[in-house]
Write a protein that binds this ligand. Structure first.
Ligand SMILES: Nc1ncnc2c1ncn2[C@@H]1O[C@H](COP(=O)(O)OP(=O)(O)OP(=O)(O)O)[C@@H](O)[C@H]1O
Ligand SMILES: [Mg+2]
Length: 300
């Protein structure tokens, strides 16, 4: 299966109170066409930064992003991004103008690439709404007249409006109750099955990601620490950080972290229960079993 998107040695730095924050510190990620790829890691590890950089909102300090082999970090390819890559954010209420009906919000998106008259647009929009299992009457409602789950479905419908190749879902279920979250995840699985859209699903919860995705990337402090097919990574996590993250998602406790940043060596050094002197040096990639990789000096 070909990769629809490849991220190579991507570095994005910010300055906060005169301190350099390496939000992305040289990451490699690849998204196989027609699959659901999970990006997992705790708060502040750089997940949204990666999403925004793919969408062209951040300029990388170093590295490249290729969409079907075109370098989309180049300004001239911004149209390629707009046409092919969409994002759904965490809070569906913030995604829409509260003064607009569903029809108006979706019509605006539709007409960017498909300037049809309103009658034709209505058919297309009702069609998209039915793909996300909403009834046609939703079209005349305002965001405050819909539930969180319904608004998130409208946001997903909007993301699919111009048939993008890739949709990034940035913690799309974390504002929803458990039952609604599971329904939205079932919907994502069905959409992927039926339309072959590639999804990048961002979350800090491995248990939830296990349900929807085919492939895992685990991120810590701006670096990928482990990646591989979902079952290999989830059933047999090899990086001490992945093991911790899995435990946390099973116990429903929120990760607390924020150790002082370290510039060299393993990013997980301060918190790792298994660290040794060698970990003061940057770990290289190691294949623990076919297709399953970690960045750690001491694979189990
Ligand atoms: N525009 C910005 N300016 C300065 N610092 C930023 C900016 N955007 C992100 N950061 C910093 O980059 C780091 C990564 O942030 P990011 O939002 O990517 O994390 P995240 O993994 O999405 O976290 P969460 O799970 O809480 O959404 C954080 O330290 C954050 O403060
Ligand atoms: Mg985020």
């Amino acid at each position: 299966m070909e990769n629809i998107l490849e991220v190579k040695n991507l570095k994005v730095y910010f300055t906060q109170k005169r301190r350099l924050v390496k939000a992305l510190d040289g990451i490699d990620v690849f998204l196989k066409k027609g699959s659901i790829i999970a990006l997992a890691g705790e708060s502040g590890c750089g997940k949204t930064t990666l999403a925004k950089t793919i969408l062209g909102f951040n300029k990388p300090n170093e590295g490249n992003i290729y969409f079907k082999e075109e370098d989309i970090t180049l300004k001239k390819n911004i149209e390629l991004i707009r046409k092919n890559i969409q994002i759904v954010f965490q809070n569906p209420f913030l995604s829409f103008d509260p003064r607009y009906t569903v029809f108006r919000s979706l019509y605006e998106t539709l007409s960017v690439f498909n300037p049809v008259d309103k009658v034709k647009a209505q058919d297309i929009i009702i069609g998209k709404l039915s793909e996300v299992e909403l009834t046609p009457d939703v079209i005349n409602r305002y965001p405050h007249q819909l539930s969180g789950g319904q608004n998130q479905r409208v946001a997903i419908a909007r993301s699919l409006m111009n048939d993008p190749a890739l949709v990034i879902l940035d913690e799309p279920t974390s504002n929803l109750d458990v039952t609604t979250a599971f329904k939205i995840m079932d919907l994502i699985i069905r959409l992927q099955d039926n339309h072959g859209v590639t999804f990048l699903f961002i979350s800090h919860n491995l248990k939830l990601l296990r349900k929807v995705s085919h492939y895992f990337f685990i991120m810590y402090r701006g670096k990928i620490v482990e990646h591989g097919p979902k079952d290999l990574v989830y059933n047999n996590p090899q990086h001490p950080y992945t093991q911790l993250l899995k435990e946390a998602s099973n116990q429903k406790v929120k990760q607390v972290s924020q150790d002082s940043p370290k510039d060299e060596g393993c990013p997980f050094f301060n918190r790792c229960p298994k660290k040794k002197d060698a970990c003061l040096h940057e770990p290289t990639k190691y294949e623990v079993e076919p297709g399953h990789f970690i960045y750690c000096h001491f694979p189990q």
